[in-house]
Design a binder for this molecule. Structure first.
Ligand code: HEC
Ligand code: HEC
Ligand code: HEC
Ligand code: HEC
Length: 217
């Protein structure tokens, strides 16, 4: 991460009450990613009151993400999206996708953070502190049935596919590919809140605005 970004993130983290106040996006406070004891979901902490700590910390952050504080999943064993027609083969989870799967693959405890010894105690989790396997938000390690992620989006990827456009078009220039040019979970989802009333952690205020960046049907 660039130094300026690190400074900026630290400032944002310590000025937490101002986050999510303005703008069309819902605040993380009212979402299932508020995993603190004030969270609205079934999965929340018994006594931890800080919200950002489950994912970020200004101390001991790992280089895998912005001041990243959650233990990350081991990659290598994921079954990724694969089709004969695929021009750009998805890789094992990387970038933000790897960060998301550190909770959503169901192999790591939700409360397993680097800045605290042991784990943050949680309500609503499975025997090992994970998102329970009965929940559809626990994806396991088979990603072959979902939209491809950790896939580079290049002219070659788009070539010869009538449903993919090149170059991608994003008038708002705020969603789509990560800095490495990859499609990730964050292509569609913003882990901090939603701009859509009906879709979970949605990057834009409609479904198709997200898809239209790369697809033309
Ligand atoms: C459930 C996990 C989670 C929680 C909780 C969370 N974040 Fe994040 N945050 C992420 C992920 C994942 C990224 C990386 C996004 C990317 O690479 O596109 C991120 C990135 C960021 C960034 C970098 C800029 C950006 O938006 O990509 C800032 C700043 C940030 N988070 C602030 C916060 C603050 C402040 C809180 C507490 C109010 C918070 N986050 C809570 C997951 C979380
Ligand atoms: C620290 C753990 C953690 C991380 C990291 C995390 N999540 Fe979650 N997420 C959760 C939990 C817990 C829930 C609630 C699950 C449930 O109750 O079914 C959830 C719920 C969701 C939901 C469903 C929300 C709803 O209202 O139905 C989406 C979508 C989601 N997460 C996407 C993401 C994405 C995308 C990332 C990465 C950018 C991410 N999550 C990172 C823990 C995490
Ligand atoms: C191409 C867009 C797209 C991408 C990429 C994407 N999602 Fe989603 N996701 C959706 C949509 C649309 C929904 C809501 C409808 C549904 O449940 O299928 C959803 C729903 C979810 C839910 C709630 C599911 C439930 O049943 O509780 C979670 C959790 C989630 N996504 C996490 C992720 C994670 C983690 C990744 C990356 C590994 C990811 N998503 C990548 C579009 C996407
Ligand atoms: C940042 C670019 C990007 C965005 C945004 C995006 N996709 Fe995709 N999508 C891709 C890529 C790349 C593939 C893989 C194409 C290939 O190589 O075969 C793909 C594949 C698909 C496929 C599989 C069928 C096919 O053409 O191979 C479907 C269905 C799909 N996307 C639907 C959606 C929907 C619905 C949305 C919005 C919720 C969306 N996508 C958002 C890039 C994107």
């Amino acid at each position: 991460m660039k130094f300026e970004h690190k400074v900026l993130l630290t400032i944002v983290l310590i000025s937490l009450p101002f986050v999510g106040g303005a703008g069309p996006k819902t605040s993380i406070v009212h979402t299932s990613h508020n995993l603190s004891s004030s969270g609205p979901g079934e999965i929340k902490s018994v006594n931890e009151t800080r919200i950002c700590i489950f994912c970020h910390s200004s101390h001991n952050g790992s280089p895998e993400g912005p001041l990243w504080n959650h233990e990350t999943t081991k990659t290598g064993a994921f079954k990724v999206y694969d089709r004969e027609t695929m021009q750009g083969y998805p890789q094992q989870p990387n970038g933000a996708t790897k960060l998301c799967l550190s909770c959503h693959d169901g192999t790591i405890a939700v409360g397993a953070v680097k800045s605290i010894a042991g784990e943050i105690k949680m309500h609503g989790v499975g025997a090992d502190g994970e998102i329970p396997s009965a929940k559809s938000s626990n994806f396991g390690r088979d990603l072959s049935g979902m939209h491809p992620v950790s896939i580079p989006y290049t002219q070659k990827t788009a070539q010869g596919k009538s449903t993919l456009r090149w170059p991608p078009v994003d008038l708002e220039q705020e969603v789509g590919l990560d800095q490495a040019g990859f499609v990730q979970c964050t292509t569609c989802h913003d882990p901090h809140g939603s701009r859509s009333k009906s879709l979970p952690f949605w990057q834009k205020d409609s479904f198709s605005k997200v898809c239209n960046v790369c697809h033309s049907y």
